[in-house]
Write a protein that binds this ligand. Sequence first.
Ligand code: SF4
Length: 385
Amino acid sequence: MFRISQFIKPLVQETPFVCRPKPQAPVVIWNLIRRCNLTCRHCYTTSADIDFPGELTTEQVYDVLLDLKNMDVPAVILSGGEPLLRPDIFLIGAYAKHLGLYVGLSSNGTLMSPDIAREIGRTGFNYVGVSVDGLEQTHDEFRQKKGSFRDALNGIEHCKQAGVKVGLRFTLTENNANEFPAMLDLMRERDIDKFYLSHLNYAGRGRRNRKRDAMHLTTRKAMEQLFERAHEDALDGRQTEYVTGNNDADGPFLLAWAAQRYPHRLEELKARLIHWGGNASGMGIANIDNTGEVHPDTFWWNHNLGNVKDRPFSEIWRNTQDPFMTGLRSQPRPLRGRCRTCAVRNMCNGNTRVRGFTHSEGDFWAEDPGCYLTEEEIRQPAFIN
Ligand code: SF4
């Protein structure tokens, strides 16, 4: 995850960079349940409104949470499917909070009635992210359910009334990019705390194609709009947060953006970005799926490291001999193609491996076709020296 506001605010406020040690354990994204009341087109878990076999009991979830607490994970994000469909979701949330964990909830928002929102607040969830795919018509088409946009916005409002910190999650595609500025406006109009832009992990094939080039241009434009909005809010002193996920080229792209506006702060920003380090799959990010299988991140559900029903997560994560995990944790990663020779790889770390893997039809270390930086930007960029 790339926390734009945490990089832009220090530019505006001229805060010096203090290098702090990173957490030793990963943020765990936990798809507790695969069942969902919606069938969204871009769903990576291919969920459906049916029960899936092999999911963890409440007791098993408690055991994992205790293990996560003992290994000092900085945060647990409970996701799905739709996590609110688990009948024990509030018991799970309450136990996690009792242990002192930071707990986020990732929801489609449609089930968040005033009562449910109050229960979310009482349980103490630290944050709720609600997915929205565009304006009403676009969203309802993506979600394949009429009324789901209005339900999601109502859910957000109910959370706000219950005092729960809430954010929008927006997955950028060619089909909804033209509505992205309206999403930013929606955030401001509704006084929403946070905006998460998720880049699409499309599975493009072929070395170059026009469709991909168009998507790169679309992405650059959206990122510039996002930087500008985060900058505006920082200047105005608004306590909003803007973050992105699934494209770590966003870090060096922010450096290029800042080179035009804050040339005197560039060295500090560069130090912050290098400290952040780019892609964290297999290191700072982990995933547990609905059946308890552990994965390097949410996009590697066909790559299993072990099951929390058989062994504690801490043991699976720390003692893995899996060659892909060894590569993810090595510095530098054994990247190929333009990622190997890239001048800003220390801020990106080779980006999202699943796109390189899919694009190359099986090479874990192939260059990421989702990188939208130009050749000039990754070779000898003026802002690096
Ligand atoms: S070329 Fe690779 S390492 Fe460099 S910015 Fe792009 S994705 Fe990251």
